[in-house]
Design a protein around this ligand. Structure first.
Ligand SMILES: Cc1cc2nc3c(=O)[nH]c(=O)nc-3n(C[C@H](O)[C@H](O)[C@H](O)COP(=O)(O)OP(=O)(O)OC[C@H]3O[C@@H](n4cnc5c(N)ncnc54)[C@H](O)[C@@H]3O)c2cc1C
Length: 423
């Protein structure tokens, strides 16, 4: 009998969720998979994401969901259709981590954090025979197209797999491993890279000394922000030199682009989105009875001390006339002067443009090399959209590897339960 041919060897570079899901799909298909990562352990950003509650995906209607990917929507749509939000939830539950839908429609594991999920996932990968080469920093390609790594001892390691998946992440929070240095390695091979820029980050504002010293770290609850005709409700927080938080992140792509174009962006902050301007003016018409302006605004308009301080930032001499004051409370202008750095952004925009990859996410210029996750050029607001696209692109790249190696896998059609062979 002829000996069994040994299975194809696959190098997955990057052990974030994109790399790990490709490893799972390929491991299930019987391939010999090694995950390389420069850090001493994998999934560090996933663990960080779980700190404030791991927002896996979102429960909103699919047609609305895909609009969140803005310019990348047309390329991501078929990939997310093949691995939908409900598939991601089912996959998570298959690892023993029940999920729930929060009040805003966001989906979380019941455990809220990422560590139980990651633990169960790694043990599944181990049982599939996936190997891990940690403290291996990828350095590009060497002679004969071999992948070159440096190991923990600084020694070069060269490998020639049958296919490679690059899942190196974006460039935010570089201390967690995703440092974006791959951009230079790919540029050297003639691959166009869209500049890596912060996404879902704070914006700088020159707060007065009073604001900084008294209100740094104060939350602005139940506010609404409007920029270029789009209004988003939620929460923000005042930091030493910036305004941050979910409601700011939701508008961050547009604000960032406007700042890049013109050097500033003026947004309008509604401190009482639940009250109409007329209702507010009515309340502000009440007699002041000798109260200070701050006390009066707190009592009649229900503003928090930080809200009152914010009004003074925009208009140091507050209007005395109720209609004008109500107008200001409903639309406090803040001219943002810059973006916070990529280092502390939730995610990054830019990366490998979709024009550089085919529908299987294989690089046109480098057959056999596939790209997945945040290193592709797409961006989305927070709300679970980042992880959903990370997983969907990982699964698409893994399917692409199987197709390129002509490995038939009937189980790899359709949704998640078949895509990952979940039982
Ligand atoms: C604070 C925070 C909170 C977040 N919360 C959420 C959330 O609730 N919901 C959500 O959807 N998203 C969230 N995200 C975003 C989400 O974590 C990322 O989009 C996701 O981790 C991207 O996955 P990835 O696999 O593409 O890349 P990463 O998770 O960044 O993984 C890339 C891996 O590649 C490795 N690597 C990089 N360069 C090299 C190299 N040269 N050699 C070897 N290895 C290398 C890195 O060490 C890393 O392990 C959050 C992010 C942050 C920072």
């Amino acid at each position: 009998m002829p000996p069994n041919p040994s299975p194809p060897e696959i190098a997955v570079i990057g052990g974030g969720p994109a790399g790990l899901i490709t490893a799972e799909v390929l491991g299930r298909a019987g391939l010999k998979v090694t995950v390389y990562d420069q850090m001493p352990s994998v999934g560090r950003k996933l663990l960080m994401a779980g700190r404030g509650g791991l927002n896996l995906t979102h429960s909103e209607e699919f047609e609305r969901f895909v609009t969140r990917y803005a310019g990348a929507q047309s390329r991501l749509r078929p990939l997310i259709e093949a691995f939908r939000p409900e598939d991601l939830r089912a996959w998570c539950e298959g690892l023993g981590q029940e999920t729930f839908v929060g009040s805003s429609g966001r989906v979380f594991p019941k455990a809220f954090k990422a560590s139980p999920l990651l633990r169960a996932w790694l043990s599944r990968l181990e049982s599939l025979g996936v190997r891990f080469a940690l403290r291996h920093r990828w350095q590009g390609w060497g002679e004969g197209g071999r992948l070159v790594f440096t190991d923990a001892a600084g020694q070069p390691v060269r490998v020639k797999p049958d296919a490679t998946i690059l899942a190196l992440g974006g460039a935010s929070w570089p201390r967690l491993g995703s440092d974006g240095t791959w951009a230079e390695l790919l540029s050297r091979r003639g691959i166009a890279i869209s500049p890596l820029r912060p996404a879902n980050m704070g914006f700088t504002f020159p707060w007065s000394e009073i604001m900084r010293s008294r209100f740094e770290g104060e939350p602005l609850k139940r506010i609404a922000l409007t920029f270029e005709g789009t209004t988003v409700k939620g929460e923000a927080v005042v930091t030493a030199d910036a305004i941050e938080g979910g409601v700011v992140y939701a508008l961050s792509a547009r604000l960032r682009d406007a700042i890049e174009r013109t050097g500033g962006a003026t947004l309008h902050l509604d401190l009482r989105p639940d009250l109409s301007e007329a209702n507010l003016a009515n309340r502000l018409n009440a007699p002041r009875k000798g109260q200070s302006a701050s006390t009066f605004l707190r009592k009649s308009a229900g503003l928090s001390p930080v809200g009152v301080a914010l009004l003074r930032e925009a208009s140091p001499s507050l209007p005395s006339e109720p209609d004008a004051l109500a107008r200001l409370i409903k639309a406090v202008p803040l001219t943002l002067t810059g973006t916070k750095s990529l280092d502390r952004a939730i995610s990054s925009a830019g990366g490998v443009p979709f024009t550089e990859v085919d529908e299987h996410l294989m690089l046109h210029r480098m057959p056999g090399v596939f790209v997945a996750g945040e290193m592709l050029d797409w961006e989305a607001p927070t709300g679970g959209y980042l992880l959903q696209a990370t997983f969907a692109t990982g699964i698409a790249a893994a399917k692409g590897v199987l197709a390129s190696l002509q490995i038939p896998d009937a189980a790899l059609t359709g949704g998640l339960s078949s895509a990952t062979g979940q039982t």
